[in-house]
Design a protein. Structure first.
Lengths: 898, 555
């Protein structure tokens, strides 16, 4: 965080210092400084990518500040810009200024509060924006990585490069929110300057600025992480400096316009379209007849190329047909926008059933959108067409709007895609305000309505509401929480490789569990990293001929596996969108296994998903968790109905293989065999056709390990073991790294009871538990099943975990498992002594001493000599404050008959 | 920023003024020997709490360890004491200068008196430096050597100041850095002159303010005092302040803000080092506050982007720049303090010490809870007043009188009001917490500075308005009062010193034994050394009694 702040401070000064030489007005200086700062970060990212040093904070800091210093030195040679000819005479009306100022400052403060508290949690940020940047930093360059979501690799990356400083220095994720908030403020400045440069009055410019900044999509994007607002702001800057060049013909303005255009177009494909239109319109219509500073456009052209070409070049090198691939991805894989374009410009609320989520993807423009379109139409068709830039910009905005609607068929473009259009249309609105006096009040009413809508949005949106922050100190969690086991594993790793086949998958929460972690996305197992596998729950043990032709995965339980394998970590979401997460630890071949990770993961993909079912099957198998140190071989066989089996592929270690199965088959058999003896260590099958036999619904469907298991749950680690009745265990606590304790549950009474409800076909129960003492030095534990003592454990080391696995046979109906504190020491049973010798009891009662004391004294003085006997009983070790045992897992797996 | 010069021109030292100079030199010498005499006759085990803790901490610093308990910053004091021990050792005057030597000694107890005596001498030197710095401040303000001499004479009679020459406590440096040096630099920084010189003076003022805070927590208030002077100086500067007009001048004005930005980057760099090694020591609240301060100070001069035309805006812009410079200087004192520690300590120890110090400075809530607020502030304030009744009653009268004297420059009037407000304000603040006799320095130093500057102004005024006899009579009266003040200084200091802590009786009380042997404020190394040499506490007490049985070992 400190390096991040220092970097930003340095960049702020260097950018402002350079901008002061390039422009005279403070507003222009601000815009120029923002462009220089962004351009600096993009150039830094591109240079470091060439050197494969993207994730190195010191390189990032040094190169960026060096570039900033060089820019300062370069522009220091330029002469000062003369004072701006725009005089100070035309100023906004004081009341208007106060009204809009108050509204905008209030919105900015609210936005700042939201940005400070919530981590970026809009769908784009969770699914591809931040993960993309983290993957780039993890691999050290801007090359493509193995991503199923093509937005992570195929889109322009200038906006990702802008996020790098926050991520490379491991600053809090909230810092990313300030990118859009800053862009929102700069958009206001830019729109005002654009209107002023279009020869519009200060009042009209201020109204246009206020309307743009209070438009609900603008406010919504100001507090989230999207590309449309920053790219649109850069486009406005390009127009501002383009108009400056048109007026003054100074090279510096052309270069700044080129820089802005390169940044805008290199951030968002839609803005790329707008940029092309703007450039075309500018050079055909708005260019002065005899420009004297045209040389500047050569530099601008170089800048635009420099900022756009790397993205295009990488895409063409990595995937020559990337345009088609990406278009297919958008059409086939991504959901349609919640609020399509036409709905976004419909002023009245149109709530899509059944539930209307309120976030930046779902808000329309309200009355602002139609007003801007009306103003543009007015500017375009009115008889006395304005010769100034306002008319041209209205043409541009209107044309861009229509082009986007036509190119993307309207329904595929969301309302948020049109925010940059709104920025470009703002001078048209200002012109309308200035020309049609009768409509001024209407425009001001729309402005007030927009401000009201924005306030409501900020207060009550679903993802980042302001209301909880005002009402209490409690802020709702921004990112969805993960299952405990996932958090536990991910938070301890320094390198994590994510292998996912999910599109639009919210992967960011998996990437924020620890500090100073590096992430890669590779479909091959990375031995020195923690490998996280993400698979659709629907594809778990899915048949080969699944209707959706999903990739299918299965876990092969290998109980005798000598090294760590794949561990099932949990399921997130609900079917059909639910996803399973599995993990394989670093250096698994040299790590001893635990109860839950003695498994091998096999995923197979249809290589030609569109092939007819009767064609030979081309299948790619991906194996994980099979280590060479296992000395085992995984054999894949295609079995027919007659019992014939044809070997398809075999693996001695993790890897990928593609095989063709020419003959019809009934099922795929996966067998793990010992390399030396050929003995079967584990096996499973995948059917060719989906089975319609519905198994018993599992109690907890999140942890299956074997085809014969009917339920698996962990009373400690599972998030929702509600099907079991657990008594005597406290809620989950931890982890406590300072005491080297994981997530755990305390038993603070002598016995804890777990009741398993009646389960059909329940034949065998495997109980695995890990228990430890903490306060007591030693103790004993009885495990009872249905009232019968199964085993007694004596625990003499209070710092060691006792890991045990028991095989139990359940009874029909409910089954009761009990962990009970057991007696530890032998001691005389004095009450029994008194019961057996009534004369002694009579004597003790007569002398009125406590019974046990009297019995002991009698035995020591007389009883021993008289030959009386005593019996001993076992006495439990007292547990201070009732801290009996702590459990780090109690895993119950029920099996049916194989 | 650069108001027109309405302060008097400096007057060179003239032959007729040599008696004053000689007298002030004599006072300095007298003060030195007076303190020496008290110290020589005083048993070394009086005031053992702070003396022994600071001595042990200085030894720890020289051993590459950080102090164990930080209940107040004390960084400059311990650092200078550690340097003093080093210098004396290498000059052959002090056999023990670090804990290794201390542990190697056959009888470490016998080394402690020498160390404490060295510490007292060190404090005496600092008192002399304090007086000379205050004289420099008086000279800068009045441009009259006589005012500087009068400052030396008056401070030579300040029991609150001299008291600190007899023991090792951080208050001396706190007031010296804050009330004297920081104000001196702020004064110089607000005089007309080249911008770079003024900026550097203000940065230095902030730096001394930061050092005052690093010496003791209330030192932060001197930054407020310094910034208050920036406002007063600007308000009393007149209305014809120069206005930069050319783009070049505005461009320069922008780049002047780089000094605060550099200081902010320095603090962020220090925080980065601390976060890598000592995250827990600093604490999230302190880190957040320091980061906010660094970013705010570093970005504040960016306001120069909007030079504006309205005079109020320009005035506020100049004040914001001064605030940035003072804040930057204060922030710079943290990394500089770390670098100074680093010069005598390995990195982990220096980081640990500076982290815990910054935690105390930036998040003092825990310490404030310990020193619970005193509900009877007025009552405690009256104890201060009773102790220095003349100063507390007569100084406001003097300031009020001077406010009505037309010949006194308004800038000086403002400065005197600021000094008075500072003295009273800090006394109130200390009354809010806990009254302790050693804190009277916080009031005496500014009040005596007021007297030195005020008497001089009164003398100049009487020269023009009073007749010779009346003037001579007044002069005799003043000389009489000052002489009596000076001549009673020794007795007042001795009385204050002996009354402060009555622990000079034998056998030593448990409190002193604890500080010598097993107080948890000491580093584990010190405690181990004492245990290894003397066993348990009872054995140590026997060894101590045997040692102190010889009267030669008591002084």
């Amino acid at each position: 965080m400190d390096l991040f702040l220092a970097h930003n401070l340095g960049l702020l000064w260097l950018s402002l210092g350079a901008a002061r030489r390039l422009a005279a007005r403070p507003a222009d200086q601000l815009l120029a400084a923002a462009l220089l700062g962004w351009g600096n970060l993009v150039a830094t990212g591109l240079l470091l990518s060439l050197a494969r040093r993207l994730g190195d904070p010191w390189w990032h800091l040094s190169v960026s500040l060096l570039l900033g210093g060089l820019t300062c030195l370069l522009v220091a040679r330029l002469p000062h810009e003369p004072a701006d000819p725009e005089g100070p005479t035309d100023r906004p009306h004081l009341l208007l200024l106060i009204a809009f100022g108050a509204i905008l400052v209030a919105l900015a403060v609210a936005g700042g509060a939201i940005a400070c508290v919530y981590q970026p949690n809009n769908p784009d940020a969770l699914a591809w924006q931040v993960p993309r940047a983290l993957y780039y930093l993890g691999q050290g360059n801007l090359a493509h990585f193995d991503a199923a979501d093509l937005r992570q690799t195929h889109l322009p990356f200038n906006h990702s490069l802008l996020q790098f400083p926050a991520l490379v220095y491991a600053a809090p994720l909230q810092c990313l929110n300030f990118l859009n908030l800053t862009a929102w403020a700069l958009a206001g400045v830019g729109v005002y300057r654009l209107c002023r440069l279009a020869s519009l009055g200060a009042n009209a410019s201020l109204v246009a600025c206020g309307l743009v900044l209070t438009a609900t999509p603008a406010v919504a994007q100001a507090v989230s992480l999207t590309t449309e607002l920053p790219a649109g702001t850069a486009l406005v800057c390009a127009l501002v400096f383009g108009l400056r060049w048109r007026r003054d013909q100074r090279t510096r303005h052309a270069v700044l316009a080129g820089l802005a255009l390169g940044l805008a177009a290199g951030s968002n494909l839609n803005v790329l379209l707008g940029g092309v239109l703007a450039a075309g319109l500018f050079f055909t219509q708005a260019r002065p007849a005899a420009p004297t500073g045209s040389r500047g456009w050569v530099g601008a052209g170089w800048l635009i190329g420099g900022l756009l070409l790397p993205f295009a070049l990488i895409n063409f090198l990595e995937n020559p047909g990337w345009i088609g691939a990406y278009f297919s991805f958008v059409v086939d894989k991504l959901p349609d926008p919640v609020v399509p374009a036409w709905l976004g410009f419909w002023p009245l609320p149109a709530t899509p059933p059944p539930l209307f989520a309120l976030n930046e993807d779902c808000v329309g423009f309200g009355f602002t959108g139609p007003l801007f379109l009306l103003a543009a139409a007015w500017a375009v068709i009115r008889p006395r067409h304005p010769a100034g830039p306002a008319g041209g910009l209205a043409w541009l905005g209107f044309g861009w709007f229509l082009a986007t609607v036509l190119l993307m068929w309207g329904g595929m473009a969301g309302a948020r895609d049109f925010l940059p259009v709104l920025l470009v249309l703002s001078p048209g609105l200002a012109a309308l305000f200035e020309s049609v006096r009768a409509g001024r009040w209407l425009i001001l009413v729309v402005a007030l309505a927009a401000a009201w809508s924005s306030t409501i949005y900020l207060l009550r949106n679903n993802d980042r509401p302001l209301l909880p922050l005002l009402n209490s100190a409690f802020a709702p969690p921004a990112l969805p929480s993960l299952p405990l086991l996932l958090e536990h594993h991910l938070s301890r790793q320094s390198r994590i490789n994510i292998d996912t086949d999910g599109t639009d998958e919210r992967i960011l929460p998996f990437m924020v569990q620890g500090r100073h972690q590096r992430f890669t996305a590779c479909r091959e197992t990375q031995p020195d990293a923690y490998n996280l596998f993400s698979r659709a729950t629907e594809s778990r043990n899915a048949a080969y001929l699944h209707p959706a032709r999903l990739p299918s995965y299965t876990l092969i339980a290998v109980p005798a596996k000598p090294t760590a394998g794949v561990e099932f970590l949990g399921t997130i979401g609900r079917r059909p969108a639910a996803r399973d997460y599995l993990g394989l630890g670093p250096l698994a071949g040299r790590t001893a296994p635990i109860t839950t990770n003695r498994s091998v993961l096999v995923t197979f993909y249809h290589e030609d998903a569109n092939a007819a079912p009767d064609r030979p099957a081309m299948i790619r198998f991906r194996v994980a968790g099979l280590n060479p140190e296992d000395h085992a071989r995984l054999v894949v066989l295609a079995a027919d109905r007659e019992g014939g089996r044809v070997p398809v592929a075999s693996f001695d270690a993790d890897g990928t293989a593609t095989a063709q199965i020419t003959a019809p088959f009934d099922q795929l058999v996966f067998r793990v065999l010992a390399a030396a003896t050929g003995a079967e260590l584990g096996s499973t099958t995948i059917a060719y056709l989906p089975s319609h036999d519905q198994d018993q619904p599992p109690i907890d469907p999140s942890l299956p390990t074997s085809t014969s298991s009917i339920f698996v749950t962990d009373v400690v680690l599972s998030k929702d073991p509600r099907a079991l009745v657990v008594e005597g265990l406290l809620p989950v606590e931890g982890p406590f790294p300072q005491w080297d304790l994981p997530y755990l549950r305390w038993q603070r009474q002598p016995a804890s009871v777990i009741t398993i409800p009646p389960t059909r076909g329940f034949e065998r129960l495997q109980l695995a538990f890990s228990v430890r003492l903490n306060v007591r030095r030693k103790a004993a534990l009885d495990v009872l099943f249905n009232g019968q003592r199964v085993k007694n454990y004596r625990i003499d080391d209070h710092t060691a975990w006792l890991d045990q696995t028991l095989e139990l046979t359940p009874q029909p109906g409910a089954n009761v498992l009990e962990f009970r504190d057991a007696p530890l020491n032998n001691e005389p049973d004095w009450l029994d002594y008194l019961e057996r010798y009534p004369d002694v009891k009579k004597h003790v009662t007569a002398i009125r001493v406590p019974l046990e004391q009297g019995a002991r004294e009698h035995y020591e003085v007389h009883g021993r000599a008289e030959g009386r006997s005593i019996r001993t009983i076992l006495k439990p070790e007292p547990a201070p404050d009732g801290y009996y045992f702590m459990y780090r897992n109690i895993r119950l797996e029920g099996f049916k008959k194989p | 920023m650069t108001p027109p010069d309405n302060t008097p021109r400096p007057i060179p030292l003239q032959t007729g003024r040599w008696p004053a100079v000689l007298l002030s030199l004599a006072v300095l010498v007298l003060t030195w020997f007076s303190l020496g005499a008290i110290s020589r006759r005083d048993p070394w085990y009086r005031n053992l709490d702070m003396n022994s803790q600071n001595t042990a901490d200085a030894l720890a610093l020289n051993s590459g360890l950080s102090p164990n308990l930080i209940d107040q910053p004390g960084v400059p004091m311990k650092y200078l004491l550690a340097l003093d021990f080093r210098a004396r050792h290498f000059l052959g005057q002090l056999p023990v200068w670090n804990l290794k030597k201390f542990g190697d000694s056959a009888d470490p107890l016998r080394e402690i008196p020498a160390l404490i005596r060295a510490g007292r001498t060190h404090s005496r030197i600092l008192v002399m430096g304090f007086i000379l710095a205050a004289a420099a401040l008086a000279y800068s303000v009045s441009r009259r050597p006589a005012a500087a001499c009068l400052t030396v004479i008056l401070l030579g009679g300040s029991s609150g100041l001299l008291f600190h020459g007899l023991l090792t406590r951080p208050e001396l440096l706190c007031v010296g850095f804050g009330n004297v040096l920081a104000l001196l630099c702020t004064w110089r920084g607000t005089l007309p002159g080249p911008w770079l010189r003024n900026h550097l003076w203000l940065l230095l003022a902030g730096f001394f303010g930061g050092l005052a805070a690093l010496a003791k927590l209330p030192g932060v208030c001197y930054l407020v005092l310094g910034y208050g002077w920036c406002w007063l100086a600007a308000l009393t500067a007149g209305k014809n302040a120069p206005v930069p007009a050319s783009p070049r001048a505005e461009e320069d004005g922008f780049w002047r803000g780089l000094l605060p930005a550099a200081a902010a980057v320095g603090v962020l760099g220090l925080l980065f080092r601390l976060s890598a090694l000592q995250d827990d020591e600093l604490g999230a609240v302190a880190v957040g506050r320091l980061r906010f301060a660094a970013v705010a100070i570093g970005a504040l001069p960016v306001l120069a982007l909007w030079p504006g035309r309205h005079p109020v805006w320009r005035f506020l812009l100049a004040r914001s720049r001064e605030l940035a410079l003072l804040g930057a200087g204060a922030l710079a004192s943290f990394p500089v303090g770390y670098l100074l520690l680093r010069s005598i300590q390995p990195e982990p120890a220096a980081l640990d010490y500076i982290a815990r110090t910054l935690h105390l400075l930036a998040d003092p809530a825990a310490m404030v809870r310990i020193h619970a607020a005193n509900p009877e502030v007025g009552k405690v304030f009256l104890i201060f007043v009773r102790q220095d009744a003349f100063l507390f009653l007569a100084t406001p009268v003097l300031v009020a009188t001077l406010l009505f004297v037309p010949r006194v420059p308004s800038r000086l009037k403002a400065f005197l009001v600021l000094l008075l407000a500072g003295g009273v304000g800090l006394t109130l603040l200390l009354s809010k917490r806990h009254f302790l006799a050693q804190y009277s320095l916080f009031a005496q130093a500014p009040f005596l500075l007021i007297w030195a500057l005020g008497l001089h102004q009164l003398a100049e005024w009487t020269e023009q308005t009073w007749g010779p006899w009346r003037r001579r009579l007044a002069l005799v009266a003043v000389i009489g009062v000052v002489a009596s003040f000076l001549l009673t200084a020794h007795r007042r200091t001795h009385l204050k010193y002996t009354n402060y802590q009555d622990d000079a009786m034998l056998p030593l009380n448990n409190f002193s034994v604890t500080f010598l042997f097993d107080h948890d404020a000491h580093t584990p190394t010190y405690l181990r050394i004492m245990r290894e040499h003397y066993g348990n506490r009872e054995q140590f007490v026997r060894a101590l009694e045997a040692y102190l049985a010889n009267p030669d070992n008591r002084h």
